[in-house]
Design a binder for this molecule. Sequence first.
Ligand code: HEM
Length: 396
Amino acid sequence: MKLSSSVIPADPTDVYAPDAILDPYPHYARLRGMGPVVWLPRHRVYALPRYAECKATLRDDESFTSTGGVALNPISNRLSRGTTLASDGAEHSARRKLLAHRLLPRALRSISETVDEQAAAIVDAAVRRGVVDGVADLATALPSAIVPDLVGWPRDGREHLIDWGGATFDVLGPLNGQAVKAMPGTVRMLRFARRVIRDRTVLDGSMAHELLCAADAGTLSHGELPALMVDYIAPSLDTTISAISNALYLFGTHPDQWQMLRDDDTLIPNAINEVIRYESPLRGFGRKVARDVEIAGTTLPAGSRVLVLYASANRDELEWDDPDTFDIRRDAGRHLGFGNGAHACAGQGLARLETTAMLRALLHRVDRIEVTGRPTWAMNNVIRRHERLPLRLVAG
Ligand code: HEM
């Protein structure tokens, strides 16, 4: 088969450079303007910046595989062996079946009251203080209080969880300075998970406990458990912290949208979709091309890699009217912020539950969210979230 990669436009700039991490949207717009497939010579990967090709790629997991890992560097891909994220076909289904059912809306019903109570307590404390950091005092508090218990991470190992989780995303970019700096964190998380399984210190009744029981019963080997535990603990905090803090920032800077939500709280599910569309917590992940395959008239050779840019797809003007406008009434449900196809986020039910609880608690108590200073963004190859977000909550 004749390959047409010679006609694919190339972009020499680095979408993982610090300025592109801090302000990625002009870079995404440039890539989308260049075409549906853009060769990034620095990272030796074909970027997919538009919605249609991202979605089609995520839905064709036979041509675009995750087995070799979804990072843009071989070291992280090796470290992610044995995870649900980095597997395909029957192996992927078997791994996903072990735990994903615990995060479906029906299974989460039993904790929804607790989540609402915790969210109310967190917002009450923040309202009493008035001036808060939206990241530390609001967005981080709920996921940290809920998710490690659910996954079963022992109480004595939690002080590093956010750093290690962030590092586990950071290393999924190319092997740049960021990723190298983050490597020890991700190795420590994996080592800690191995120790937790070896010492059987997972919390009773938790997801990890269910895995341990399955291994004791011979359904899978104990050696498989640490990777499966990391699968769920690594993305459980930073992602949701991003969604909640982005919501705070967007409603703080769009008071009309906040008022609209206050007037009609049935808009909450769609508002969450719009937050995830507008500021996607994950920038993008890679796939390996399993066989020569055509995308938008271009043939990509087997063995090459593509970068599915969820965050760019979610701002694609070919898919969305006025994509750079934050509007909670638009039909945002088809965004790719939680991925799509076989690997679509297994934890999205939980992320939605937590974000809903926080928004509801805020709606009941807060007239206005004011951004009182310059927010800063965290430096991470994959996660887009605020580092600091100075806010004043004006009570109703
Ligand atoms: C707003 C919050 C979240 C966002 C935006 C998000 C986003 C994503 C995305 C884009 C993927 C697809 C990966 C791919 O295409 O290869 C994914 C997969 C996954 N997510 Fe999430 N996630 C969030 C929260 C969570 C939470 C809270 C958990 C668990 C507690 C979780 C667990 C997972 C797992 C296990 C996978 C792998 C699924 C598979 O490979 O079959 N996520 N997530």
